[in-house]
Design a protein around this ligand. Sequence first.
Ligand code: CTP
Ligand code: MG
Length: 231
Amino acid sequence: MTAQLNPRGDVAVLVPAAGAGVRLGPGRPKALRLLAGEPLLVHAVRRLAAAPSVHTIVVAAPAAEVAAVRDLLAPVAPVTVVPGGAERQASVAAALAAVPAGLEIVLVHDAARALTPPEVVESVAATVRAGHDAVIPVLPVVDTIKEVDAGEVVLGTVDRATLRAVQTPQGFRRAVLSAAHAAAVDALTDDAGLVEKQGVAVRCVPGSEYALKITRPFDLALAEHLLTSES
Ligand code: CTP
Ligand code: MG
């Protein structure tokens, strides 16, 4: 059954899903690869649709897969599907252009973070609603991080206490995200990075281990394990 999105929700979520998934190895675009029998994108959209703040979901699909992605998601939730671009940033910009007027909170969420719990979506949205223009979910860094030179010789050890690993969904006041994209010159892998360049303060909230980005085969195996041991 198709989940109904909340007509009283105040949040649009953009889902860049147009990447190839090169690091996952040969196969279909990553968002369409199967995890426990269903495409990553289906897992991601189902969890977004379960977050009560979400009013609109816009997916940026691989250009050749737009019709297939519409059909795939129709039974999951009402979504808008647009063709993505060559870089993630272009895919986000294409999805942003399709957000209807009136929604002033916009979240950007990687399809590759397919198991992100709805609670993280709600927490990011609530923090934007509370007055923060840019919000990111983060985890503490557990490994010791070293800076190295081109010859793999250590230059120094970074103080781990001040580091955070950044996840999605990242949440923004709509005007702030639009302005950052309009001003973007070089492609960055995260939207908060664009907003930082505009001098906007970015607020951190706790992320989730389940929001891991499925990038390499190991991550897919881990996600499969998390899903099957959950139920
Ligand atoms: N993405 C996108 N458009 C692109 C590139 C990436 O919408 N041109 C999306 C991906 O589909 C993914 C998210 O951005 O949901 C994060 O990107 P990443 O994990 O790097 O995915 P891929 O680019 O697909 O993977 P790879 O870099 O290994 O090819
Ligand atoms: Mg990529």
